[in-house]
Design a protein around this ligand. Structure first.
Ligand SMILES: Cc1cc2nc3c(=O)[nH]c(=O)nc-3n(C[C@H](O)[C@H](O)[C@H](O)COP(=O)(O)OP(=O)(O)OC[C@H]3O[C@@H](n4cnc5c(N)ncnc54)[C@H](O)[C@@H]3O)c2cc1C
Length: 384
């Protein structure tokens, strides 16, 4: 996208966040749902197609451009971004990155328009961080596969039109190499859903268990057409997804910092604004450092990702830093607000709960540390 068109789009999204999403945050919290009219507006803005190439109906943004828009969406309640998140990111990118031409033509235009939502189904009751140990089985039966298994915590599952599903297709090949990525239409018989997860925060964002009971999909639905490549696809998808989440965390850090500064300037104690106390200034300054460092890391890693550099370890570093940073920023924001920060009326309490998830999904902080350290040791000639 040329820079002028992109600047217009970014301004439009910024206005949408300020004028439509932020004013509806409390409603999302109260109703535990994103209003349908907001989802319709997201469709009109093209937000479901940010990362899908233009030839398939999307906006075809670079990672650096996508990160700027997700930063904007990070300035409001988590649930809004969550509606588009899996379709822009982990749900569709397997098809974008590794799909056959027919698969791209079949699915991407409907995902880009928001007609269908995509979900990404990797995690299972027994397989979280150790994703290569998934047990969901895809057994070949002529021209089809029969899929049986259970997936856990799947974001947007009840709204999804299609799943990118990781299943073990090569039963005699243990670990990562036995896994394939399947495109599974959500209306295929044999798919059922658990009750919506009752979460610590992020009201309005939906996740639940998804059960696959003898679900039949054509062999042609293996992403890329070649079995045994699903885990590689999943890791590539997660690399990109982690930049997206880092941008989200960064947007939240900036919003929380803005709320903290405003409160520090307004709230009076001992006859003066609390922002004049150096101990409060220390909280604000530390949050600014976290927010600024997060912005800088996201911009750098997204640019290098776009340039085709091998940046997985720095993506992990960015996801690790920005998600931990927003946790610190949220904690300080509650502190700056004092007792009010503990009350539902002030939004910092909600962000404090909402951002906790960022350190857990798409790879916990410990998994990011592992990726970073392994890369360092590999570069030093030590294979781990
Ligand atoms: C709200 C929500 C939405 C989600 N959405 C999706 C989705 O759409 N699709 C999907 O597939 N998954 C999704 N997930 C799953 C998420 O990615 C996993 O929860 C996450 O990867 C962690 O796995 P786990 O919960 O099994 O924790 P575990 O892997 O059991 O980890 C427990 C603890 O052990 C630590 N640990 C594990 N292994 C190591 C190690 N090797 N070294 C050091 N520490 C380790 C972890 O860091 C963590 O602290 C979602 C989760 C939540 C909560």
């Amino acid at each position: 996208m040329d820079s002028e068109t992109f600047a217009l789009l970014r301004d439009t999204v910024r206005r949408f966040v300020d004028e439509r999403l932020i004013p509806n945050e409390d409603r999302v919290e109260d109703e535990d749902a994103v209003p349908e009219e907001i989802i319709a507006e997201m469709r009109e803005l093209g937000l479901f197609g940010l990362s899908i190439p233009e030839q398939y109906g999307g906006l075809g943004l670079t990672m650096a451009e996508e990160a700027q828009l997700i930063f904007e969406l990070g300035r409001t309640a988590f649930a809004f971004r969550s509606v588009i998140g899996t379709t822009v990111g982990i749900g569709s990118q397997g098809i974008v990155m590794s799909g056959t031409e027919a698969q791209k033509r079949d699915w991407l235009p409907r995902l880009a328009s928001g007609e269908l939502l995509a979900s990404f189904a990797l995690t299972e009751p027994h397989a979280g961080s150790d994703a290569a140990s998934i047990r969901t089985a895809a057994a070949r039966d002529g021209d089809v596969y029969r899929i049986n298994g259970n997936k856990r915590f799947i974001t947007n599952a009840p709204r999804a039109g299609v799943f990118t599903l990781m299943a073990r297709s090569e039963k005699d090949v243990p670990g990562a190499k036995g896994i394939s990525a399947f495109i599974v239409p959500a209306d295929t018989p044999g798919i059922s859903f658990g009750r919506p997860d009752r979460k610590m925060g992020q009201r309005g964002a939906i996740s639940c268990d998804v059960n696959f009971d003898d679900v039949v999909v054509p062999a042609a639905n293996i992403i890329g057409g070649e079995p045994g490549r699903g885990f590689v696809t999943a890791m590539q998808v997660l690399d990109r997804g982690r930049i997206h989440l880092s941008a989200l965390a960064t947007g939240m850090s900036h919003r929380l910092l803005g709320m903290s500064v405003r409160y520090a300037a307004e709230r009076q104690q001992f006859g003066q604004a609390i922002g004049t106390f150096q101990l409060v200034q220390g909280l604000l300054a530390d949050s600014r450092v976290d927010a600024y460092a997060s912005s800088t890391m996201v911009a750098d890693v997204a640019r290098r990702y776009d340039a085709g550099e091998q940046v997985s370890a720095d993506v992990a570093a960015t996801k690790y830093f920005t998600s931990e940073a927003v946790g610190r920023v949220a904690d300080r924001a509650v502190q700056v607000h004092g007792g009010a920060g503990y009350m539902r009326e002030y939004k910092v309490e909600r962000f404090y709960r909402d951002v906790r998830l960022l350190r857990i999904y798409e790879g916990t902080s410990q998994i990011q540390q592992t990726i970073i350290a392994r890369s360092l040791l590999r570069d030093a000639g030590l294979t781990t």
